[in-house]
Design a binder for this molecule. Structure first.
Ligand code: ZN
Length: 169
């Protein structure tokens, strides 16, 4: 069976920066493969486009440019946040997480979680970088399709995979 919309795909992959020998970002192996419902718009469109039509035991290797990946790194995504935002009942708690390089999740006015990296923590303001960690980076995927099957009606209705590697509910 070939990968197409409404199939459940199980695969391994290795994600590296820019090319096949670039810095390793993530490795997903056959013991704990990536399982997803194809065509639900939850993945990078270029990722799915490169897998379309492949079948079990097919290998793949493709690159995705930064603009088609996690976007470009923008200065607008680096913002100053009043340190009071991080105030808790226990000042020590804030100090423990407010150090350069630490990733924190804040909530915007609409209640959406925003993950950002502490750039600099001052007494008054904290500079946070909300660019995606892979913003501005070219992505290179290699891997192998392990299996492809038809999604069940229930999986399509829910928009996610059930069973092994998916939701259990
Ligand atoms: Zn479900």
């Amino acid at each position: 069976m070939k990968i197409a919309p409404n199939t459940v795909v199980t695969l391994t992959y290795e994600l590296r920066i820019d090319h096949a020998e670039g810095d390793l970002v993530e490795r997903v192996e056959a013991t704990e493969p990536f399982v997803f419902l194809f065509g639900t718009d939850s993945l990078l469109p270029d990722f799915e486009d490169n897998l379309l039509g492949k079948e079990a035991s097919n290998g793949f290797a493709f690159a995705i440019t930064a603009d088609k990946g996690y976007g470009l790194h923008t200065e607008e995504a680096i913002i100053e946040v009043p340190r009071s935002v991080f105030d808790t009942d226990n000042e020590q708690d804030a100090s423990e997480v407010l150090f350069a390089g630490n990733f924190l999740t804040l909530v915007d006015q609409d209640g959406n979680p925003m993950r950002g990296k502490v750039v600099e923590a001052g007494d008054e303001v904290v500079i946070m970088d909300f660019n995606h960690p892979l913003a501005g980076k070219g992505l290179h995927f290699t891997g192998e399709v392990l299996s492809v099957r038809e999604a069940s009606g229930e999986e399509l209705a829910h928009g996610h995979v059930h069973g092994s590697g998916g939701h259990h509910h």
